[in-house]
Unconditional design. Structure first.
Length: 200
């Protein structure tokens, strides 16, 4: 009987200790238990977020937005973060924007193809520039920029694009190897004129 009594006593001690063991995960392990009372666990980025939103708000990068309401952009996580632990799986974005699950933010909807855009969504006053896979304004840009040193654009109907770091044509039909100024040669790789002997 003494052996049985000792066994029962040991079992009761272990059973009593189990809740204490399960309530305290190992030190340094990430998870909801690490969040403070005023925070909640954000599974998408495996981190704790402040209830009600962050103390300061940041502007999303171009071509990205956060849903209206209780959402804001996080520079730390490069995505939109919610203010509450319960949020819709597909949040509602502003008009002409749609939710991207992969980037966890709103992204601009692709433009519908229009006449003259070759099916690429260019506007009526634009054409598709296959070299950089973008739409370019017919007749040239509204603002002109000077190319960097050791680079030039061909004379007539060409100008430098800071965005694409190359020369862009003003017309949809352009010569694949345009004529450069004297002592300059066309470089197909950099899509601009380079000083003779400078380009490979």
């Amino acid at each position: 009987m003494a052996i049985i009594s000792r066994f029962i006593a040991a079992f009761l001690m272990v059973a009593a200790a189990l809740p204490l063991i399960t309530a305290h995960p190992g030190h340094g392990q990430p998870g909801p238990s690490k969040c403070k009372d005023n925070e909640f666990w954000f599974e998408e980025k495996s981190c704790c977020l402040p209830q009600g939103g962050p103390p300061s708000h940041h502007t999303p990068p171009p071509e990205k937005q956060c849903p209206p309401g209780e959402w804001s952009w996080s520079n730390e996580h490069s995505c939109c973060v919610p203010y509450r632990p319960y949020y819709p799986e597909q949040p509602q974005c502003h008009k002409d924007w749609e939710w991207s699950r992969s980037s966890f933010c709103c992204e601009k909807k692709p433009q519908k193809p229009s006449n003259g855009g070759n099916g690429h969504g260019c506007r009526k006053n634009e054409f598709w520039f296959a070299e950089k896979e973008c739409c370019v304004r017919q007749g040239g840009p509204t603002d002109y920029y000077k190319p960097p040193r050791e680079k030039q654009c061909p004379p007539n109907d060409w100008s430098w694009s800071r965005e694409h770091n190359c020369c862009v044509p003003h017309r949809e039909r352009y010569h694949p190897r345009p004529q450069c100024h004297k002592d300059w040669d066309w470089s197909p790789s950099s899509f601009c004129c380079e000083r003779r002997g400078h380009h490979q």
